[in-house]
Design a binder for this molecule. Structure first.
Ligand code: PLP
Length: 386
């Protein structure tokens, strides 16, 4: 049996959406992207969504937008607290914008930033906390939002791997001033490549729309608060106000996004049913630490951290999985401190022992938006004897 990390969720409806775009002959960002953004914002109960060509680009323009706010913008050299475990492009834009990163260890049970360590790491210099609900598992947003409010700190949510998760009934990716999502292939919905930023802040919304699109004014709301329109149409047509990018999505991505968003609820239901099965089988297996759910996870995958005290060796486990055709990989990007890129980051570290344990002793196997309980049984049988 093959147990894969990810699989396609596209079917006839996505193909029809693609064909409708081809028929319309409009491929660059247009009405499909706009409608997808509106539906996405509605779904999550937020005012504004801006789609980009990836979750990484969503992170990039979200960070950038905070530098161009009129009041209290971020500045180069400001301190930002980040978790040791996330995807590389959670961190790269922070480095590219000259922020100093303070790395905080993760909780080994949840794999999210350890809130006690976070409390100790906050100083008067802290301007922003970047929180990442790892692999569908919500962070402790009750405590984290309070810390941000009490200390006047910006909350940035990189929610790229946790669409559909909830904490105290509220969706992750709605707690931050800016909140990012990925719609890459293996994620909760897929436009193959794509990402979004959610915000309730109108100024940030207009900044994002400019930053995504050459830094120009063409894509602004009629009464945008980020620039004053002038009367000369000739110059207004090509007017640049910010050092922006071109990270626009295409119409195909917007059209497919609309179809996939309609399927999200169903996908989540199945992912959660698979997760119950996985958890039932491995909850009491002392050889592995599995991710402990906080709130309602959207279960991107199933993490397993080998407990060496039980005489279990990750190398042996991975060999067995490989022989059995069970795909597996590092947990998100592992501990970023253990990657070569760290030498390019302006950073300090408080603690990272748990992130190291996850990096050196952990791995994950896939969860998919269809019933894979037989594959999970196969995993269980494969690992019965090591
Ligand atoms: C936490 C996190 N941030 C950012 C990204 C980047 O998203 P994308 O692959 O769409 O660029 C990912 C991708 O998996 C992620 O997991």
């Amino acid at each position: 049996m093959r147990y894969e990390l990810a699989g396609s969720t596209w079917g006839e409806e996505e193909r029809q959406a693609i064909e409708a775009v081809i028929k319309s002959d409009v491929y660059t960002m247009g009405s499909n992207v706009r409608e997808f953004e509106e539906r996405f914002a509605d779904y999550f109960g937020m005012k504004y969504a801006v789609m980009a060509n990836s979750g990484s680009s969503a992170n990039l323009i979200a960070v950038a937008s905070l530098f161009y706010r009129k009041e209290n913008p971020l500045r180069r050299g400001d301190e930002v607290i980040v978790p040791c475990i996330s995807w590389a492009t959670t961190f790269h834009p922070l480095q590219q914008y000259g922020l100093k990163m303070k790395f905080v260890d993760v909780d080994l049970n949840t794999l999210n930033m350890d809130v006690n360590e976070l409390k100790k790491a906050i100083t008067k210099k802290t301007r922003m906390i970047v929180v990442v609900s790892i692999l569908g598992n919500p962070c402790r947003f009750d405590e984290i939002t309070k810390l941000c409010e009490d200390n006047n700190i910006i909350l940035f949510e990189d929610n790229c791997e946790s669409m559909g998760a909830r904490f105290n009934g509220r969706y992750t990716g709605t707690f931050g001033l800016v909140n990012t999502f990925s719609t890459f292939f293996s994620h909760h919905i897929s436009t193959m490549e794509g990402g979004l930023v959610l915000t309730d802040d109108r100024e940030i919304y207009n900044l994002l729309r400019s930053l995504r699109n050459h830094g120009w004014t063409r894509d602004q709301e009629p009464d945008s608060p980020v620039f004053e329109r002038r009367s000369d149409d000739f110059f207004e047509a090509y007017r640049f106000i910010l050092p922006g990018y071109n990270v626009r999505p295409g119409e195909l991505h917007g059209a497919i996004g609309k179809v996939q968003l309609g399927k999200l609820e169903g996908f989540l239901k199945v992912r959660r049913s698979n997760a119950r099965h996985f958890t039932d089988l491995f909850r009491d297996d002392e050889r592995f630490l599995i991710q402990k759910e906080t709130g309602e996870s959207s279960w991107f995958c199933f993490t397993m951290i080998v407990n060496p005290e039980t005489g279990t060796d990750r190398k042996k486990v991975l060999r067995k999985l490989k022989e059995a055709g069970i795909e597996h990989r590092i947990i998100t990007g592992g501990n970023i401190l253990r990657h070569d890129v760290i030498k390019h980051y302006d950073h300090t570290v408080t603690k990272s022992a748990n992130a190291d344990t996850a990096h050196y002793n952990g791995f994950f196997v896939g969860n998919l938006p269809y019933d894979i309980r037989d594959k999970i049984d196969y995993l269980h049988a494969t690992l019965k004897t090591l």
